[in-house]
Design a protein around this ligand. Structure first.
Ligand code: RP5
Length: 221
């Protein structure tokens, strides 16, 4: 309806234009169309960039609530703990490689669109100069959980780079390495569990099983 009204207004407007004004108006409309096409091509190419890893095919049948992002494919051995834990709790998730430094535009694009795509929590793992979680947090209101990857400096550089955010843009930072990746998934599930009963039940069952296995531990003499 709005488009129809705009077309009528445009036709009326064109009706009182001289020949050269008429061509100018259509030239401008053509330019706007070309700019729109360029924006769309750029959007598609950024998405293609983020879809290059095999990991994002995870649980494709459900809309992901949690995204597990990592700065490099070399982080996967750690970050797969997040995905495995989310899978165990039945939390729909996606995982992909995005780098704050090597793919800055695609990272910002992902962060800006995450909430509209239905994501509710982002887990970001990075090592060394680990700016990934902070950069994602800067572009979204979604809660961002940072996992410092074990690095050449034992992960201390990753921990400080992830945790030491300036006041105003928080990143919830977990432990270094695999424990952090696992706990990030548990914390993401706990955040979702405040409004999702099925996830809350899975989380409670996980805790119960964990307690039982600790109590059942037998020590060798
Ligand atoms: C970071 O640099 C990544 O998160 C990774 O932990 C680290 C090293 O990356 P690669 O050189 O192994 O790709 O951005």
């Amino acid at each position: 309806m709005a488009i129809h009204r705009r077309n009528i207004a445009l036709t009326r407007c064109i009706g009182i234009l001289t020949g050269s004004q008429y061509h100018l108006v259509f030239y401008r409309i053509k330019l706007a169309g070309a700019a729109r096409d360029r924006r769309e091509a750029r959007r598609v190419s950024l998405l293609a960039q983020t879809n290059q890893t095999p990991y994002n095919s995870h649980m494709p049948e459900l809309k992901p609530l949690v995204a597990v992002i990592m700065g490099s494919k070399s982080d996967w051995e750690t970050m797969r703990r997040s995905v495995e834990t989310l899978d165990e709790l039945g939390v729909p998730n996606e995982a992909r490689v995005l780098s704050a430094h090597r793919t800055p535009d695609a990272t910002a694009e992902f962060a800006r669109n995450g909430a509209a795509r239905g994501l509710r929590v982002v887990i970001a793992g990075a090592g060394g100069a680990a700016h990934l979680a902070g950069v994602i947090a800067a572009h979204t209101w979604l809660p961002v959980l940072g996992v410092p990857i074990q690095s050449k400096l034992q992960g201390l550089d990753s921990l400080l780079s992830t945790a030491q955010m300036p006041g105003g843009i928080p990143v919830g930072t977990l432990a270094i390495g695999e424990a952090g990746a696992k706990n990030a998934a548990l914390l993401a599930a706990a955040i979702l569990a405040t409004s999702d009963e099925a996830i809350r039940k899975k989380l409670e069952a996980f805790r119960k099983k964990q307690s039982e296995s600790v109590l059942a531990a037998k020590l060798e003499k």
